[in-house]
Design a protein around this ligand. Structure first.
Ligand SMILES: [Mg+2]
Length: 391
């Protein structure tokens, strides 16, 4: 490995129970209580984030909300408020930007920072990492877990190992001792399937994995076999990519009974698209990529995306694309969950093409509808098709 890569200083910042912590911070009545962000428990949806108080009851993210309620009936269930979390996320990023322009957002609450070039200005990577953690606490009243190491793989492991409110540095000479006892599931890219295959070979810890030569792993797992070989040695050359756009806005719904009827499903897609459009406009965003996600009765999940020529925040554009993606899937199995999301976001007003007058009228109308909804409630204006669904 070349010397420069070994000397990189990468920080991984991961906010603790982010959505739930923001809600608890903003509402003192929620502090110290089990809070689950994700929606109401009588839906078939899943928990998005749960507070540490809720985790004591065994509630985890991605757990069905009904199950969460069974485990902790006194838990407080809240809807997901992406525009709010996005705003806080921007504030966190403003802190990061004081130290380096090399920030790669992974999600609203997680980012990698390459501070290698910032050391001369700020002293040491340790100081930068600690300062970021402290500023998040003091300025935003939120806790983050922070990891510092020579690459992304190790930095992420470091931030995770002492969660919440963690601060872990992995020095070069400690890398192997740190990795060896960890289960192979902790390796980036090892999902349940790969884990199972490795277990069959009697490989359970990273130390076990290190005893296997690269050629064998390559034969067995292809390119990701090589990756396993290197990660087991703490080697990860992936750069921090500041341009990467990982932010997305989405809505999904789990049906109380699996659904097959196309007409009904299209109506749901319309409703979800309208919600996503509304969220976009609320946060002053436009998006370019639209994704449709479908979970079948057997839990197999399929998703399809389409990237548009230009940015939009209109319900009808989102619906049109999501609906086409749905048609293209030609599903024959009943569906358990359906979701619409958008990514490739841009913020603020953007210049409209002179020829898009149609769109501009539509935008004015959409804005008016949003205003009416804000004033008179969510159900004051609804497309005729959605009314049918409510009946
Ligand atoms: Mg987090």
């Amino acid at each position: 490995m070349d010397i420069f890569l070994k000397q990189r200083q990468i920080i991984h910042v991961d906010m603790d129970a982010f959505y739930a912590s923001v809600e608890q911070r903003d509402n003192p009545n929620l502090q110290g209580k089990p809070v689950v962000v994700g929606g109401t428990p009588n839906s078939r949806g899943v928990a998005s984030t749960c507070s540490y108080e809720a985790r004591k009851y065994g509630i985890r993210s991605a757990m069905p909300l009904a199950e969460a309620e069974r485990r902790c009936p006194q838990a407080i269930f809240l809807p997901v408020d992406i525009p709010k979390y996005y705003e806080v996320s921007q504030q966190i990023h403003r802190i990061f930007e004081n130290y380096t322009p090399l920030v790669e957002p992974i999600s609203l609450d997680e980012a990698f920072l390459d501070v290698t070039a910032s050391l001369r200005l700020f002293g040491s990577a340790q100081m930068i990492a600690l300062e970021i953690k402290n500023r998040i606490k003091e300025e935003l009243k939120l806790t983050a877990s922070v990891g510092l190491a020579c690459n992304k793989f190790l930095a992420k492991l470091a931030s995770d190992i002492q969660k919440p409110d963690g601060f872990v540095i992995i020095n070069e000479e400690e890398i192997q001792a740190f990795l060896d006892p960890l289960p192979i599931e902790r390796i980036w890219g090892v999902g349940p399937k790969t884990a199972e295959q490795l277990h069959k070979l009697n490989i359970r810890t990273i130390k076990d994995l290190k005893n296997i030569d690269e050629a064998f792993l390559r034969k067995k797992f292809g390119l990701s076999g090589s990756q396993l070989y290197y990660l087991a040695r703490g080697i990860d050359k992936r750069p921090v990519e500041p341009g990467r756009e990982a932010k997305s806005i989405g809505r999904e719904t789990t049906f109380s009974e699996d659904l097959l009827d196309r007409e009904t499903l299209q109506t749901y897609i319309l409703g979800l698209s309208t919600d996503v459009g509304r969220k976009l406009r609320k946060g002053s965003f436009r998006a370019k990529t639209i994704t449709l996600k479908v979970r079948l009765a057997d839990f197999k999940t399929v998703s399809r995306s389409k990237t548009l020529e230009s940015y939009t925040n209109l319900d009808q554009d989102i619906f049109r694309e999501a609906s086409l993606l749905f048609k293209d899937l030609q599903l024959k199995q009943p569906i358990r969950l359906i979701g619409v999301s958008v990514r490739n976001l841009t913020s603020g007003e953007i210049q409209q093409s002179l020829f898009e007058t149609d769109n501009r009228d539509q935008e004015k109308l959409t804005k008016t509808i949003d205003t009416i909804k804000e004033r008179f409630g969510e159900n004051s204006i609804t497309l005729a098709r959605l009314l049918k669904k409510r009946d």
